[in-house]
Ligand binder design. Structure first.
Ligand code: UD1
Length: 360
């Protein structure tokens, strides 16, 4: 058995095409869910939307401090590996579950591949940067989405033969589901006209955990919302932090806060947006492929190709800059971009052939 570990929301759209590609190659492949994310809207809806089978196990680790969450995943994964002896393990992305599972695989001598290896923000205050660097330093096979990732790994001393550039598996999922998502016509159902609204997501601890920072960002968004409606599916972390900081999202004119959306609903919404404002990694990539201007509300990105090739602009969290760049993006009719090499809908097939080649 080969297994792919998932834990948090951005993992699900990466694991789905990998699972399908292993099954298409006639390989027994199973999904192991750590349970880092557990709400219906943060987890189960993605399995349904993406046509993924139920995970072979859900470890149910839930929320906690970094140490608690990482340790709980390690204990659960070690037990699962001991009982099931997988031939190979794939970890995806950069969440705590990714790193925790990679550490267990390394210590048990189980072959482990990292999908989305080599991305670096250079920002050690991001928990994901720690997860990326630790994971890449201990896995057997580094499957990268882009040339900059290969270069980062080589600069860190990784052996060239352990690096295989496969492209972006999340884009496999996007291209496969776009027709189905578009058919849902979510903007129309929300009373929005195509290209006449913006979509906002925020969940990075550095942006949402401090009420002063969060309210400064929301102040800038309120300005943008004077130009066009801003749809805001709110991550549970952000919802909790806004509530404890006394911020009332519903009170901002033009801002449309709502519960998190499923994969297809969100893709339907984003694909017709005029502008995306986000601190997510995945949305920088998805907007690049969709050709939608993206303002990233962070000081750095581990995905520089979305700036050099795509539609992404780093604006940070200075309200003046956010408003200025939003106005600038709204003035231009189209964003010039090209889709990065190998973001072509076939990355998961390359993942499977790279893994099987190494196992032979
Ligand atoms: C995690 C990942 C982050 C990823 C994000 C996507 C790490 C370090 N962070 O951040 O890289 O971009 O997922 O969403 O792994 N919560 C719920 N229900 C859920 C999940 C979370 O209510 O199903 C709330 C809880 O209050 C929890 C908080 O959100 O404490 C944060 O969840 P956690 O998994 O710790 O981190 P995320 O902020 O979601």
């Amino acid at each position: 058995m080969i297994v792919t570990i998932v834990g948090a929301r951005p993992n699900f759209m990466k694991a789905a095409p990998i699972h399908a590609a292993f099954r298409a190659a006639g390989v027994q492949h199973e999904i192991v869910h750590t349970g880092q994310h557990y709400d219906q809207a943060m987890s189960k809806v993605f399995f349904d939307d993406l046509g993924m089978p139920r995970p072979i196990v859900d470890l149910g680790v839930g929320s906690g401090t970094h140490a608690e969450q990482t340790a709980a995943v390690m204990i659960g994964i070690e037990r699962f590996f001991t009982e099931n002896r997988p031939r190979a393990v794939l970890v995806v992305g950069d969440v705590n579950s990714t790193m925790a599972a990679a550490i267990v695989a390394a210590k048990m001598g189980t072959f482990c591949a990292h999908v989305e290896a080599g991305l670096r923000s250079g920002d050690w205050s991001m928990p994901e940067e720690v997860n990326r660097v630790v994971t890449d330093s201990i896995v057997d096979l580094l499957l990268t989405p882009s040339k900059d990732a290969d270069e980062n790994l080589l600069a860190e001393g990784c052996a060239r033969e352990t690096i295989v550039r496969v492209g972006n598996v999340m884009i496999d999922t996007l291209l496969r589901h776009l027709p189905m998502a578009s058919a849902l016509a979510i903007p129309g159902r929300m009373g929005l006209a195509a290209k006449q609204y913006a979509v906002l997501t925020l969940h990075r601890p550095s942006n949402v955990d401090d009420p002063v920072v969060l309210s400064r960002i929301l102040g800038a968004i309120a300005e943008v919302a004077k130009e066009l409606p801003v749809v805001f599916p709110v991550h549970p972390r952000t919802r909790n932090q806004a509530a404890s900081g006394g911020l009332q999202l519903e009170r901002t004119a033009g801002l449309m806060p709502m519960d998190p959306l499923g994969y297809l609903e969100f893709l339907s919404l984003m694909s017709q947006a005029r502008l995306v404002l986000t601190d997510s990694g995945g949305l920088q990539e998805e907007s690049t492929v969709l050709g939608i201007p993206c303002l990233t509300l962070r000081e750095n990105t581990e995905r520089p190709i979305t700036i050099t090739d795509g539609t992404n602009v780093l604006v940070g969290t200075d309200p003046t800059l956010i408003v200025r760049e939003a106005r600038r993006a709204l003035q231009h009719k189209t964003a010039t971009h090209r889709v990065p090499e190998l973001w072509d809908g076939h990355a998961s097939e390359r993942v499977v052939s790279a893994v099987l080649k190494r196992l032979r």
